[in-house]
Design a protein around this ligand. Sequence first.
Ligand code: FAD
Length: 451
Amino acid sequence: MARPSIIWFRRDLRLNDLPALLSATEDTDEVVALFVLDDALLRPSGTRRRAFLMGCLRTLDRDLAGRLLVVHGDPVTVVPAVAREFDASAVHISSDHGPYGTRRDRAVSEALGDVPLVATGSPYAVTPGRVTKSDGTPYKVFSAFRRAWNDHGWHTPAATDSGTADWVDPGNFSSRVPIPDEQNESPLPTGELAATTRWRKFLDGALARYATDRDRPALDGTSGLSPYLKFGCIHPRTLLHDLRNRSGEDAVTFRSELAWRDFYADVLYHRPETARTNYNRDFDALAYDSGPDADALFAAWCEGRTGFPIVDAGMRQLLAEGAMHNRVRMIVASFLTKDLHLPWWRGARHFMRHLVDGDLASNQHNWQWTAGSGTDAAPYFRVFNPTRQGEKFDPTGEYVRRWVPELRSVDGVRVHSLPDGPPDGYPEPVVDHAHERRVALGRYERIRSPR
Ligand code: FAD
């Protein structure tokens, strides 16, 4: 009798367009579907991201007619234990290129001994490390990366679904655990069908106005796919395939956003230490604020009570939904680094705890982009004025009033500048933007021309 193979799901919680599943069924139809609850990944995730993940696992389990084997523990010990128990011929995965995933997979591969760990596909349209300059070095500038990424292209979606394998019933496997019932329900519908439904709605609707509406936080103008892409409920290759005959500005802009996702994964793959350190080491010399006053400002930022309406709206949306619009992410990140003079990694850590789509590569490198220390970064001297940004991108004030109840009595665009002063219960601005901008530029000048 042929030995079964195992497919170990991680950031690929779907059954369609799953190359690793094709590999798993090359020599046998019998496949064990495995997911490992790994504390090293679960601990730093906030309740919303965990709830979303558990919802996705429940949906996957349903699609597998209850045959998803969920175990809890360190993958280095539990994956080989499952392989031994089922006498598996191989363990199949979609490759992981993050710093933790790379280390973990190397250790699991060693621990598996004679049973091969076979990586097929990755969570990206183009696997990190694949697109390089002609001399083999990585791209440091996004526009050049995107050109090479487009030229490289991607595979067509893999023809897989729930019927591709005979799923082994894990029955009462000794270390099987139930999918945790997280107290916080997921803020979003979960799983592959929800992802596909969201994508089709966007493709037939908001995509037609994406190039203009994507910067307006009050509108449902973006795809909302980032949590699904994060956990692989849908693959970017599927999206790019569906877009293959669309050449208008909206589709081009959307494709470019997917290229940013691949770019940052590529940057982190080549420079894994940049999850924690400045990509541009010149910024190591930048002076940051610390101490009790800085901590109090950080707390005001986290809780959405800075007295800057667009900043507070974004930070409250993050706490309430585990989400924040991209434009507002840029505004609040600029505010933390350039108005409050706090290091980007403090903000990035808060984001990673609360975002449902929290993704190390996209998060740390977007933070570094805003802070000026990243690859291809926004020039440090371009300091966002939060009030002007609010007026420009939330011109009706609707987004602010949705998230800051104290400001609901203020009509229209005036909600950003509050010309009559803050209404009862809403704080005065915690800093003077014009002054802090000068302070930020002065500190930047000192690292550009150190004495
Ligand atoms: P859409 O506009 O519909 O874009 C489609 C997809 O393209 C997104 O789902 C995402 O996968 C990708 N994408 C879009 N913009 C970017 C970008 N700037 N960088 C990388 N990929 C992008 N995105 C995350 O997925 N996880 C994060 O942890 C994260 N942290 C961020 C932190 C900061 C400070 C900033 C400024 C941005 C961050 N982003 C992050 C990028 C971006 O804000 C989100 O991907 C986007 O808001 C998700 O909404 P959407 O799916 O509707 O995007």
